[in-house]
Design a protein around this ligand. Sequence first.
Ligand code: ADP
Ligand code: MG
Length: 403
Amino acid sequence: SYRKGGYHAVRVADQFAAGRYIAQRKLGWGEFSTVWLAYDTKTSSYVALKIQKSAAQFVQAALHEIDVLSSIADSDPPNSKFVIQLIDHFKHTGPNGQHLCMVLEFLGDSLLRLIRYNRYKGLPLNKVREICKCILIGLDYLHTDLGIIHTDLKPENILLCSTIDPAKDPLRSEVSPILERPEGNTNCGVTSLIEKRLKRRARTAVAKISGRRTSTGGIGDVAKAGRNLDGIDVRCKIVDFGNACWADKQFAEEIQTRQYRAPEVILKAGYSCSVDMWSFACIAFELATGDMLFTPKGGQGFSEDEDHLAQMMELLGKMPRKIAIGGAQSKDFFDRHGDLKRIRRLKFCPLDKLLTDKYKFSVNDAQEFSEFLLPLFDFAPEKRPTAGQCLQHPWLNWDEQQS
Ligand code: ADP
Ligand code: MG
């Protein structure tokens, strides 16, 4: 990917925007970009520098993301607290072409890392509640105030607010597909300090993560916290607006990462802000159990899409016929009675039973958590609660009820 049109190879201490930003270490990467911790010499603070690949389609995508992020940054800050803020943007020319760069506020570990760190066992429910509240406030702001649909909500796109001072804390490094080796000049104060540490750490670098997930990221809050995550401040923010659209101006038919995809997207029945609510509910389940809720796979004679619909119905009951046959793609999956064409026998297991039997929730916890989640998994998108309505739900305000 480090060729013409691809990523820009960054070395520690590289300078950007006429020397304003100095690269410190890599924070993560995605399909479109690498993201670096950088020191902002103008404000004497740390920022995240997202450096896009340089080919035309990535430039286009970055321009779009800057457009969306600008509308977020333009509005009232108190309301936008749970959504990433764009600080600056500029172009950077390198051997692989011209890269659009976004300067973002520096955040910490992703929820994916938090889930992994807890060995996929699920987080304590009070932490799940706190995280859910942050995501919902962020979503309410995006949906209600701005009319923006994120369209790619998933644990790696929610980042914890970092409590770490990058200048003081030892840097961890998780190797990603490229050179993270510190090279280049070392004569710049804070940079050389960090660079020395980085050299030391590079020798003990952790192996590359595997599986479907792409990005690494984070700077170690999670690893610092105790097993029960008591040390973790669970405020978090929604990031990655590369795929976002407006409710009244959509670009793609196929949206969302597979496991977090809403049924109307599979059926191509049109979508709205409520697709984010479906993904949100999938994330909440994953936080509480450590497992992804839906993990569809294609098989003998049926597609991944059909398996996905089958898994949804096994959990939530049969899809109402009108909805099942109502999408442009419905005929691929459903017969005219509203039954799946190829997967004929479904093994129903309601959510509260799944939570008690497989995840050993108490009957009470399972019941309350299901009551919170199930309305969000309504097959009729317009019946799902909005983020604002969801914030009123008793499950989220459980702590207050107890005291
Ligand atoms: P892409 O559009 O290429 O998928 P993302 O915006 O998702 O890029 O960023 C890739 C990764 O970089 C994220 O998963 C995260 O690990 C890290 N990252 C992104 N933004 C920040 C930030 N503001 N602070 C810290 N790390 C970040
Ligand atoms: Mg991403």
